[in-house]
Design a protein around this ligand. Structure first.
Ligand code: C2O
Ligand code: CU
Ligand code: CU
Length: 465
C-alpha cells in the first residue's frame, strides 16, 4: 500500500457512499467493481431535521441517493428499476452520451412504469463531476430527494488525498418535519418555490474529518430544484479546479463572503482545499442567505500534518470537447420570457403543474409532456454555432442543454469567465452568447433548471441531425 492507501484504508469500504466521502483506497476498489449497477427507485424516510420525514424518494429505504463512481472512457451499465407508482426516467446531467440513453421521457425513451426496469449504457467521454436525476414526475421525485452525484474519474489520479462530494439541496418541511407541497403556482410564475431546510448530503451542516495539511477535492453540486446558492469557503486556502465537470480554462476566484461563488441549480464546482495543518481546526462551506450565513458543511482537520501543497496536484487534463470555429459559426437567438398564462393539461405520465407561464422564443412547452412542439433549432452535425440567450424576464434562469457542452463568450451584464459548461445561469435581463460544436446526434432537451419553470413552459428541444 502506498502512503495514501495506508492512511485511509479504514474509511468507506466501497465505491458508493451515501455520505459522499470516498477515500484513496476505496477509489482503487471501485475500479475493480463490475461496472453494472442496479438503481432501485423507491420511497424512503430519513431524519432531515428533528424527526424522521417519510414520503421521500431515493434509491434505498433510508439513505440519500448514493454517489456513483465511474471511469472516463469506461462503459457503465445502470439498471434503473422503478418500484414507485409513478412513471419515471433517469437523466445523466452533463454527460455527453448517446441520445437514446439521455433519459428524457417521450423524446428519447418511453417513461419507465411501475415495476419496470430500463437499462442505461454509456461510456462517459469526459471526466469530472456530474449528477443524475429523473426527468419525469420531477416535482415529486426530484423535489422529494432523488438527486444524486455521478463522479467520472480521470484515468490517472491527479493527486488528491480525499474526494468529498457535497450535494446541496433543500427540502420543504412543516413544523413536524412532514413534507410540504414542493411548489406553489404563484411562485412557479416568478422565481420558483424555495425549500426551508437547506441540506448537504441530506444533513444540516455535516462534519467530515479529513487529514490535516491534506488536499481535498471538494465536489460541490447544486441539485436543488430552485435555489441559487451563493457560497463561501472559509478557513482554508482553496482553488477552483473544475467547473460544471470540466477543468477550468479561465481561473475563477476562490469563494469568499465578499465574492461568493454563485451556483445555480444543476451547476457544479470542484474545489481543491488545502486542509489546515493543525488537528481540530475547521473549514466551513457557507451559504449566504440575505444577511445570514448558513453553515452547509464543516471539514475538520485530523491527524498529523501531511504538509501537502497545491503544486503537488497534477493539472487536470482537458476533456475532449470540440472547439467551436467562431468565424464560421451561425447564430441562433433564444428568448426566455413569459408567455400569456395558459392551461397545460397533463398529456402524458410525467406530471404537469397544469399551467404555462414561461416560453422560449414565445413557445411555451411544458418539458416532459408527451406532445413536443418540435425543435426550436435544427443544427447540422459537426458545425459550429453561437447561441444568443436573451433573458427578457426579471428572474434568474439556469439554462441547461443536454448532450452538448458549450462555452460562454460574452454578456451585456458582466465579464464572464470562459469555462466549458452545460448549464449557464442567466441574470435578470442578461444577454449571453455561447458557442458550441453540434457534434452529438439527436433531439436534445433544452430548458431552465428551475424545475417549476421547466414544467410551466421554459423548455424546448434542439435537434442535431
Ligand atoms: Cu439536469 Cu434536463 O436536466
Ligand atoms: Cu441534463
Ligand atoms: Cu427559469
Amino acid at each position: 500500500m502506498n502512503r495514501r492507501e495506508l492512511l485511509f484504508s479504514t474509511g468507506v469500504a466501497f465505491g458508493m457512499s451515501g455520505l459522499g466521502a470516498i477515500t484513496g483506497a476505496a477509489i482503487s476498489a471501485s475500479a475493480r467493481q463490475p461496472q453494472q449497477t442496479l438503481l432501485t427507485i423507491q420511497s424512503a424516510e430519513f431524519k432531515l431535521r428533528n424527526a424522521v420525514t417519510s414520503g421521500l424518494v431515493s434509491l434505498s429505504p433510508n439513505a440519500p441517493p448514493p454517489v456513483v463512481f465511474s471511469q472516463q472512457h469506461e462503459p457503465v451499465v445502470f439498471d434503473v428499476e422503478n418500484t414507485t407508482q409513478d412513471s419515471t426516467a433517469m437523466h445523466w446531467h452533463g454527460i455527453r452520451l448517446e441520445n437514446s440513453m439521455d433519459g428524457v421521457p417521450y423524446l428519447t425513451q418511453m417513461p419507465i412504469g411501475e415495476g419496470q426496469t430500463f437499462r442505461y449504457r454509456f461510456t462517459p467521454p469526459d471526466a469530472g463531476t456530474y449528477w443524475y436525476h429523473p426527468h419525469c414526475m420531477t416535482m415529486k421525485q426530484m423535489a422529494h430527494g432523488l438527486t444524486g452525484v455521478l463522479v467520472v474519474k480521470e484515468p490517472s489520479d491527479p493527486g488528491f488525498d480525499v474526494d468529498q462530494v457535497i450535494n446541496l439541496r433543500d427540502f420543504r418541511l412543516d413544523n413536524n418535519d412532514r413534507l410540504l407541497p414542493p411548489y406553489s403556482i404563484k411562485k412557479a410564475a416568478r422565481g420558483g418555490t424555495l425549500g426551508n431546510v437547506m441540506t448537504a448530503n441530506w444533513q444540516s451542516n455535516p462534519v467530515y474529518e479529513h487529514p490535516a495539511g491534506g488536499l481535498v477535492r471538494l465536489r460541490v453540486v447544486n441539485t436543488d430544484t430552485t435555489r441559487i446558492y451563493r457560497l463561501a469557503l472559509e478557513g482554508a486556502r482553496n482553488k477552483i479546479v473544475a467547473w460544471d465537470g470540466h477543468p477550468v480554462v479561465t481561473a475563477l476566484p476562490s469563494p469568499t463572503l465578499k465574492q461568493p461563488l454563485i451556483l445555480g441549480p444543476g451547476q457544479r464546482a470542484d474545489i481543491a482545499v488545502l486542509m489546515p495543518p493543525h488537528e481540530g481546526v475547521t473549514v466551513k462551506l457557507l451559504a449566504l442567505k440575505g444577511s445570514d450565513n448558513v453553515e452547509m458543511t464543516t471539514l475538520k482537520a485530523v491527524g498529523a500534518d501531511l504538509k501537502r501543497n497545491f503544486a503537488q496536484l497534477k493539472p487536470l487534463a482537458q476533456n475532449p470537447v470540440s472547439i467551436p470555429d467562431l468565424a464560421a459559426a451561425e447564430t441562433h437567438e433564444f428568448v426566455f420570457g413569459w408567455s400569456p398564462s395558459g392551461n397545460a393539461p397533463n398529456d402524458g405520465f410525467c406530471g404537469s403543474l397544469g399551467k404555462t407561464f414561461w416560453s422560449i422564443n414565445r413557445i411555451p412547452w411544458p418539458g416532459d409532456a408527451a406532445k413536443s412542439k418540435g425543435p426550436l433549432a435544427s443544427l447540422e452535425m459537426r458545425k459550429s454555432y453561437i447561441f444568443r440567450f436573451r433573458n427578457e424576464s426579471p428572474n434568474l434562469h439556469p439554462i441547461h442543454l443536454h448532450g452538448l457542452t458549450f462555452m460562454p463568450l460574452r454578456s451585456n451584464k458582466r465579464k464572464i469567465a470562459q469555462n466549458w459548461t452545460d448549464t449557464a445561469l442567466l441574470l435578470k435581463g442578461e444577454i449571453m452568447e455561447v458557442a458550441l460544436v453540434a457534434d452529438n446526434l439527436g433531439d436534445w432537451a433544452f430548458h431552465c433548471h428551475v424545475i417549476e419553470h421547466q414544467k410551466t413552459g421554459l423548455s424546448g428541444v434542439i435537434r442535431v441531425g
